[in-house]
Design a binder for this molecule. Structure first.
Ligand SMILES: O=C(O)CCC(=O)C(=O)O
Length: 264
């Protein structure tokens, strides 16, 4: 599933980069839909699309995101089921992924910085394979120039010691690294990794899709039954709770497509 180099890279850094995994025509369509949804108010969004960044007390200049986008168009379901991305997600979840969030974030030069944060410490190596309990697959729809966008504290997912408080997302290597990507590239990282986002600097907006997966249960989330007709059976199944040791049909189909004999 993962090559020896990918296993080493993920274990060492806490993320992996997949290059050019999305076709340009899908990228174009996602940007068009993203632009139209981001121009809408919360009430105008077609249900069940919503924006948790517009609910509550979040900063008005936060880099806003739209949630449940997989219900908004098939193009986002194609990304959810993308074989190259799922190859890594299936490996890291020991063949038991549950999709818990699909969100499309738009950053402007006026959008806030995203400071270091991490969720949990659920990362380990089992039977010689890296595994992560909470994973984020961030696919960029635009070219992200060096110096802006995603940054992280490489290796911090192992968290044997807490990082010092005085680190800045603008610090440089070896402590903080910035990960420049191009449109169609996907950065898959464990949410246990300390990460964040630098202020956007290009003269076009940044669009990123963050698809999040867990490897056990469903974080109390379930497919939205009232809009179940808007997603395929495979995406519906992927949103069902994950049970270790039980492979979903969608996982079996992707493994077959990959020619993998992966067993737990
Ligand atoms: O802008 C970025 O790439 C970082 C996004 C982020 O920190 C998050 O999704 O939790």
């Amino acid at each position: 599933m993962l090559t020896p180099e990918e296993k080493w890279f993920f274990d060492h850094h806490g993320f992996i980069i997949l290059r050019k995994v999305v076709p340009p025509e899908d990228i174009q369509l996602m940007i068009e839909l993203g632009n139209s949804w981001h121009d809408m108010t919360l009430e105008e969004l077609p249900p069940p699309l919503t924006s948790t960044s517009r609910i509550g007390n979040s900063s008005p200049t936060i880099a806003h995101w739209i949630n449940n986008i997989q219900y908004g168009d098939e193009v986002f379901q194609r990304l959810v089921l993308n074989t190259e991305i799922m190859r890594v997600i299936i490996a890291l979840t020991r063949a038991a992924p549950c999709l818990v969030d699909c969100a499309l974030t738009k950053n402007y030069t006026s959008s806030d910085d995203i400071h270091f944060h991490a969720s949990g410490q659920d990362y380990s190596v089992e039977n010689g394979e890296p595994r992560a309990g909470f994973i984020n697959a961030g696919t960029s729809l635009v070219d992200v120039p060096k110096g802006t966008g995603f940054i992280c504290l490489p290796g911090s997912h192992k968290r044997n010691f807490d990082p010092p408080d005085n680190l800045s997302i603008y610090d440089g290597p070896p402590t903080v690294i910035n990960v420049p990507v191009n449109a169609g590239d996907c950065v898959i990282f464990t949410e246990a990794l300390y990460h964040g986002g630098r202020r956007w600097t290009a003269d076009y907006p940044r669009f990123t899709i963050f698809n999040r997966y867990i490897d056990n249960g469903s974080h109390g989330r379930f497919p939205i039954e009232s809009h179940r007709h808007l997603i395929s059976d495979e995406v519906y199944e992927l949103e069902q709770p994950a049970v270790q040791g039980q492979k979903k049909q969608v996982v079996k189909r992707i493994l077959k497509e990959l020619g993998s004999t992966y067993s737990i």
